[in-house]
Design a binder for this molecule. Structure first.
Ligand code: ADP
Length: 260
């Protein structure tokens, strides 16, 4: 920005100006804060199961191992906490791969019908355990989408797995897929616990959970939807959520279909 030139008294031809550079650091500060929060969250999330594992090992070493019932109970807790650590690390690695756009070399035409059917098969046992019916309403002849097949399946697994996790016994999870204009639309609907409006816009943040205790109980890491969001972005798509408390939730993914 140049101010009006001012003529110097001793040199009428010389002009001076003032250059003012304004830089908006709000976005930089926000990103820096997010990075710091993330590191703090990761450390906390990794520390919690580790502290628990160490505590139970020490109790076992101090004599609890002599009581068979206690020993088995504590070993079971250690096993669960170790699995939690494993899922967390796994999810963090997936998130980092997607963010760094690794696997971009593994892109291909994805047969959407096959990929979704594989996901439904993969999760059917989990659904059966809670007597949840998975209704697969995908249009028989969907066009393919281009991208990483593993990520596409990961996105579907996370959404269907959540639908099962946050739905009580005897509920229903419906998967609908169809095309409209040049987009593939996939809806994952459940008859579950629902999400209050105030939480909806934060759901895709890393480690954001509506109910931490419940999420832990059902084996959540708080990273599932952050992974989904990044995969949807990698597919140049979008995702929306509709939900009603105690009635259910619907996640709607739209992915552009590339013209051939
Ligand atoms: P988590 O590992 O905790 O499930 P996610 O990132 O997958 O983490 O989901 C974030 C939070 O969003 C969950 O903790 C849960 O509170 C909520 N949520 C996700 N999907 C559903 C759903 N289908 N019904 C109700 N709540 C859901």
């Amino acid at each position: 920005v140049y101010t009006n030139p001012i003529k110097l008294a001793n040199d009428p031809n010389r002009k001076i100006g003032v250059l003012i550079i304004l830089q908006d650091v709000t976005e930089m500060r926000r990103l820096e804060r997010m990075r710091k929060d993330f590191v703090a969250n990761v450390s906390h999330e990794l520390k919690t199961p580790l502290t628990s594992i160490k505590g139970f090992v020490e109790t076992l070493k101090a004599g609890a191992a002599n009581n068979i019932e206690l020993r088995d109970k504590f070993l079971n807790i250690i096993d669960i906490e170790a699995s939690r650590l494993n899922s967390l690390i796994q999810d963090l690695l997936v998130l980092s791969d997607i963010e760094n756009n690794k696997n971009i070399l593994n892109e291909e035409d994805i047969n959407v019908n096959n990929a979704i059917n594989e996901v439904v098969d993969f999760l059917s046992e989990l659904a059966k355990k809670k007597n949840i019916e998975i209704v697969n309403k995908i249009n028989g002849n969907l066009p393919s989408v281009y991208g990483n097949r593993g990520w596409f399946k990961q996105m579907m697994i996370n959404l269907v797995d959540n639908a099962i996790k946050y739905t009580t016994e005897n509920g229903k999870v419906t998967i609908i897929a169809y095309t409209i204009d040049s987009e593939l639309i996939i809806k994952i609907k459940d008859t579950g616990i629902g999400i209050e409006k105030e939480h909806i816009e934060r759901l895709f943040e890393r480690f954001y959970r509506v109910d931490k205790a419940r999420s832990r109980r059902v084996g959540g890491t708080g990273l599932g939807l952050a992974i989904v969001k990044h995969i949807v972005i990698a597919f140049k798509g979008s995702i929306k959520v509709k939900s009603k408390i105690n009635e259910g939730t619907e996640f709607k993914v739209a992915i552009p279909i590339e013209e051939k």
